[in-house]
Write a protein that binds this ligand. Structure first.
Ligand code: MF3
Ligand code: CO
Length: 269
């Protein structure tokens, strides 16, 4: 059963989504060479609690962190630890917040210092995939329209779309129905209706789309060792179109870095 949310519930989710967005923005700025992924995890937990939320991920099926930090060929679910970020890495940060009983879920991939043109392009196109998927979230469209839009954009750039992991409904639980694949056929699947809230999260690879899980039981990596990127928002379908509940303030946070080549980022760092 797909649970539709009332206007009031969506308003609560928007307040929670603001916490997720603000803390994720702080993490994006903090992610620099020499910083460990554990330091980012500490910062996330402190930041979420200071704003009145709770980290959703910690303890989820025994997951040990407040966020996921996935570097380079790691696709998702990397566990924060001693790893020190290095110039040239790309880092995916995934964060979930529970606020007044409702979950919001968001992720970005950011450059650490200057990165290669190829890495910057992968991040840019993956963020575009997310926005292309979100643009389909109109009342009367279908679930398959989202996956189709993501897949067409990714494969149009020669990239792979991870199949094993998908987006999801989100609400009082982090993972609700329906599943939201990042591939599909336009016009297929169930109809999107006002009150539907989804976490859309394309995971896009530079090479093949096959993935493997490391021995830690969590970290998902590309099978061919090529780079992967991951962007995620929590979005509500409304009468007036999609409303992104985890939108960051672009003026305040360095999302725009993703659109500039490495040389310029180095100049402004
Ligand atoms: N954004 C991820 C997801 O939707 C977060 C899950 S990480 C976990 O699946 F550790 F909490 F499982
Ligand atoms: Co998610």
């Amino acid at each position: 059963m797909i649970a539709l949310k009332s206007t009031r519930e969506i308003e609560t989710m928007r307040r929670g989504g603001k916490i997720t967005a603000r803390v994720l923005g702080d993490l994006m700025r903090a992610a620099r060479p020499g910083v460990t992924t554990r330091q980012l995890d500490r910062l996330a937990e402190t930041g979420i609690r200071a704003l009145g939320g709770e980290p959703t991920f910690v303890g989820y099926h025994g997951y040990p962190g407040s966020i996921c930090t996935s570097v380079n060929e790691q696709v998702v679910h990397g566990i924060p630890g001693d790893y020190e970020l290095r110039e040239g890495d790309i880092l995916s940060i995934d964060i979930g917040t529970t606020f007044e009983g409702y979950v919001s879920d968001s992720a970005v991939t950011v450059p650490i210092g200057s990165v290669s043109k190829e890495a910057a392009r992968l991040m840019r196109v993956t963020q575009e995939c997310l926005m292309a998927g979100i643009a389909q979230m109109q009342s009367g469209k279908r679930l398959g329209d989202i996956g189709w839009a993501v897949q067409a954009h990714a494969e149009g750039h020669g990239y792979g779309v991870v199949r094993e992991l998908v987006g999801h409904g989100v609400g009082t639980r982090m993972h609700e129905e329906p599943q939201v694949p990042n591939f599909g056929r336009a016009g297929s699947g169930s109809e999107l209706r006002p009150g539907l809230v989804l976490a859309v999260e394309p995971m896009i690879t530079q090479g093949g789309h096959a993935v493997e899980t490391l021995k830690d039981g969590w970290t998902v990596v590309t099978a061919d060792g090529k780079l992967a990127a991951h962007f995620e928002h929590t979005i509500a379908v409304t009468q007036d179109g999609p409303k992104i509940l985890t939108l960051r303030d672009i003026g305040e946070h360095p999302d725009t870095r993703l659109y500039r080549p490495a040389e310029e980022n180095a100049a402004s760092a």
